[in-house]
Write a protein that binds this ligand. Structure first.
Ligand SMILES: N[C@@H](CCC(=O)N[C@@H](CS)C(=O)NCC(=O)O)C(=O)O
Length: 217
């Protein structure tokens, strides 16, 4: 059965692939699962029809038969469990890959989002100039530790996994911030993720929604 996901009708990131339908699309591409996309306006996301799928009135959601899911991490995990290619077969390696999924969303992403939110909604507040370096220092602590752990490996735990997929998706939020570059193995890690054919297809598809033009190639 072809799953249907939801995405922004017009993403505020202007097609930079930062909306959270992107990791879901990427996971589906990695496992070779075709999918449909239902595009939603901000208004439609808050209506009761969508809230039945997503209690917080957000994207993405995932529908497959009588299963409806929300939360990009849970959706990626579901895809990874149902298909080969995103989680190792070995039980311990699989558990470690799941730990990296949580680390991406629960340990690395929060300080990155705090900075994003501050830049969006606090930039005109008196405390903003003093607070920004504090938020950026908290990000640097996470990046430093992640960089040390990654070392010169290609991926976080041997083969590419859903943990890498989510970690790359989270780190991409720092593109253009200058924060990643102090840890040269991290931009290289992000670039390795972005070079994957599945990533490129997913990125082109979400960009095509924004531009209104079919994906190139
Ligand atoms: N933790 C959720 C976050 C979902 C989320 O923040 N969605 C954003 C798009 S990336 C959204 O729908 N924003 C619109 C809104 O909250 O009204 C996930 O990973 O799925």
């Amino acid at each position: 059965m072809t799953p249907t996901i939801t995405a922004f009708e017009r993403s505020p990131d202007r097609g930079r692939g930062l909306a959270r339908d992107m990791p879901v699309r990427w996971a589906l591409e990695e496992v070779g699962q075709p999918y449909d996309v239902r595009l939603l306006s901000f208004g439609a996301m808050k209506e009761s029809a969508h809230r039945r799928l997503h209690p917080f009135g957000q994207i993405p959601t995932y529908e497959e038969g009588d299963l409806a899911l929300f939360e990009s991490g849970a959706i990626v995990f579901h895809i990874a469990e149902r298909h080969a290619g995103l989680l190792p077969d070995d039980a311990n390696a699989r558990a470690r890959a799941v730990a990296w999924m949580f680390a991406a969303l629960n340990t690395v992403e929060p300080p990155i989002l705090d900075r994003e939110v501050a830049r969006l909604v606090e930039h005109d507040k008196t405390w903003y100039e003093a607070r920004l370096p504090i938020l950026e220092d908290r990000i640097r602590v996470r990046l430093g530790d992640l960089s040390t752990r990654l070392g010169d490996a290609d991926w976080l735990d041997d083969a590419f996994s859903a943990g890498d997929l989510l970690m790359v998706a989270v780190l991409r939020r720092l593109n253009g911030s200058g924060l990643l570059e102090k840890y040269p193995n991290l931009p290289a890690y992000v670039a390795r993720g972005e070079a994957r054919p599945a990533y490129k297809r997913a990125f082109a598809d979400q960009l095509a929604v924004f531009t209104g033009k079919p994906p190139a190639g």
